[in-house]
Design a protein around this ligand. Sequence first.
Ligand code: GLA
Length: 337
Amino acid sequence: MPVIARAPGRVNLIGDHTDYSGGLVCPMAIDLATTVTIEPGGDRVELRSDADPEPASIPLDVADPASVEPAWARYVAGVVAVLRPALGGRGTVSTTLPVGAGLSSSAALEVALALALGADDHDPVALAHLCQRAEHVASGVPCGIMDQLVVAAAVEGHALMIDCATLSLTHVPIPPGVDVVVVDSGERRTLATSAYAERRAEVAGAEALIATPLRAATDADVTRLPPGTLRRRARHVVTENRRVTTFAAALSAGDLAAAGAAMTESHASLRDDFAVSTPTLDALVARLVSAPGVWGARLTGAGFGGCVIALTEPGATAGLGLPGVRTVTAAGPATRR
Ligand code: GLA
């Protein structure tokens, strides 16, 4: 009998570039997903994907996932290298997620594949850690835990606030009468070729200078940094953590104006202080927030291209004539059957 595992993609409603310093994030799993179907057996993992003509063929003792070809097979190799399953298998990968668009297609593939290869599905945090390590060895990008954890632990109809210091999870209901809209900018930059690792190092540099984790830092700590790049990076993280709390409280209370305002402020901070936006993303956000019925908009995920999201009244973006618009709903976690 084949094993079938399915894992959703995600949008991040708010809290970007905060996970790797133990901050707060509030992503939401979405109703676009990757499905891995495997017939177990053999000493290789052999998969065909509907998103790439080249198959993946990975030996169970794969040594260097980052050098595997084709490039998508590195994620397969990463999961194999970290999980070290006793048995390989043969099967397929199919996805409704746009690949490399910032909707965590790689986390969805990692989690679905790990489950298909027999990973323990009782502990979402352990599953997320396994897949985060797979991402590190596959792509060389030192990503945080957000994407893999929301994919593994989401609850349908809810966003997931994660305290990345304690990994405590708070399921935040999405109120009725709210659309979460995704607009694909069409700009593609993989995390590896972006300045992700550089930003992560800057955050660590700011923490070293003030001798305080940014999660615990105050505005006064931030202003003790010399004016310049590190101070701006730190200011983004410290203010973004506060915005996540504000957003989650506002969403729970049904105060969509306040929730949307926090999102739009988050975009400005990612643009001005964290410098991970692009003119295309900025133009999309400006267009969205000027439309009636749009409560807020921001880039989502790492930035440097990818998608913008908006919180809107139902149907508010229909008349804007934007290409690549899609309304997403809050999906449940990855599953295996
Ligand atoms: C990527 C990483 C996450 C997180 C975001 C930015 O999606 O995988 O861990 O750092 O960027 O918030």
